[in-house]
Design a protein around this ligand. Structure first.
Ligand SMILES: NC(=O)c1ccc[n+]([C@@H]2O[C@H](COP(=O)([O-])OP(=O)(O)OC[C@H]3O[C@@H](n4cnc5c(N)ncnc54)[C@H](OP(=O)(O)O)[C@@H]3O)[C@@H](O)[C@H]2O)c1
Length: 309
């Protein structure tokens, strides 16, 4: 298949692009940083220079692709939130989705119509903070800033449905990878023995190993019977306290020092609330489709990631 990817240089995108190339797909990576992308992928995929937030000639490249995987978005933890940055978090996702979709909609004749698909990133922030409630794809949306952002992001993607494009939105949990994201930020304090639970430690952390998030994105891409939302989280979420204990154990370090909620609020502002609240999300749809997790439990996931050189 010929596949157009936005956000292909990111944490998830890099693993995904590698996996698509390895299985023989032709991959086009849209990026604002072509030199960096060339360094990363070499000649193994086509690098398309462009900004998904802007219309441009890059959209012509989507024309003869069978599918697009849209992962682009300003990083949520990129900096302290203010109204300007919150607007960028929203716009970078909605505009990118609209522009990819516009381009994909013009591609029907070239690729044989019905097989076109849009796999759009979404996030478990869709559900908002939900205490101990078990959440599946059928659960309702939350109402905080991230939940509203995510609902709008998903709705932007669903607009392709009306054009005969199969749409799958993948609600991604906290991706564990040494190379970046939440885990990489925690490694230094935990290695120094300064790690521990965040806030009360009772909030749920719906995590996923980076190999499994790619596996679920590929499932959404490959299965013609998959439509709508699919959670990309491991089948066994843990509380933040359990996570801290397992990370400490994997690193052979004590992990008892709590990070108080007020201190995090002071340091990071509003975005700290993501760390001190959480949701208990279950991957019901992926499991019903027969997806077998490589890393279903946190101990196996951490051992694998931390043993990688
Ligand atoms: N990682 C997680 O734990 C997690 C959890 C839930 C949801 N997600 C979602 O999944 C998607 C991919 O996540 P990730 O962790 O791989 O993200 P990432 O590492 O931050 O990469 C995001 C990619 O989006 C592009 N991008 C960033 N800011 C942009 C902007 N302002 N305008 C246009 N493009 C921009 C960048 O591409 P170029 O610089 O090459 O143009 C970058 O490679 C994101 O939308 C994220 O919200 C991630």
């Amino acid at each position: 298949m010929r596949i157009f990817v936005t956000g292909g240089t990111g944490l998830i995108g890099t693993h995904l692009v590698e996996r698509l190339i390895d299985r023989g797909d032709q991959v086009l990576v849209l990026t604002r940083r072509p030199d960096m992308a060339r360094q990363r992928f070499g000649e193994r995929c086509r690098i398309v220079e462009g900004d998904p937030m802007q219309r441009g000639t890059w959209q012509n490249e989507v024309g003869d692709c069978h599918a697009a995987i849209n992962l682009a978005g300003e990083p949520i933890f990129g900096r302290r939130w203010n109204s300007e940055f919150k607007a960028l978090l929203v716009e970078s996702r909605l505009k990118s989705t609209n522009h990819v979709l516009q381009a994909l909609m013009t591609s029907g004749q070239k690729t044989g119509g019905d097989s076109r698909a849009l796999v759009n990133a979404s996030a478990i922030g869709f559900y908002g903070p939900r205490g101990d409630e078990e959440l599946s794809e059928e659960s309702s949306a939350g109402s905080d800033f991230l939940a509203r952002l995510t609902v709008d992001w998903e709705n932007a993607a669903y607009a392709a449905d009306a054009q005969g494009i199969r749409v799958s939105v993948v609600r991604i949990g906290v991706v564990l990878d040494k190379a970046g994201g939440a885990l990489s930020q925690m490694l230094t304090p935990f290695r120094l023995g300064l790690g521990g639970p965040v806030g009360s430690g009772n909030q749920w952390l719906s995590w996923i190993h980076h190999e499994d998030v790619v596996g679920i994105l590929m499932l959404a891409l490959d299965r013609y019977d998959v439509h709508g939302a699919m959670n990309a989280t491991a089948p066994q979420p843990v509380t933040n306290r359990e996570f801290a204990r397992e990370l400490g154990r994997a690193l052979h370090r004590p992990a008892f020092l709590p990070a108080p909620k007020f201190a995090l609020r002071l340091k990071f502002g509003e975005v700290a609330d993501i760390l001190t609240t959480g949701q208990r999300v279950l991957p019901r749809k992926a499991e019903s489709l027969g997806y077998e997790f490589r890393f279903p439990t946190i101990d196996r996931a951490l051992q694998n990631i931390l043993c990688q050189s």
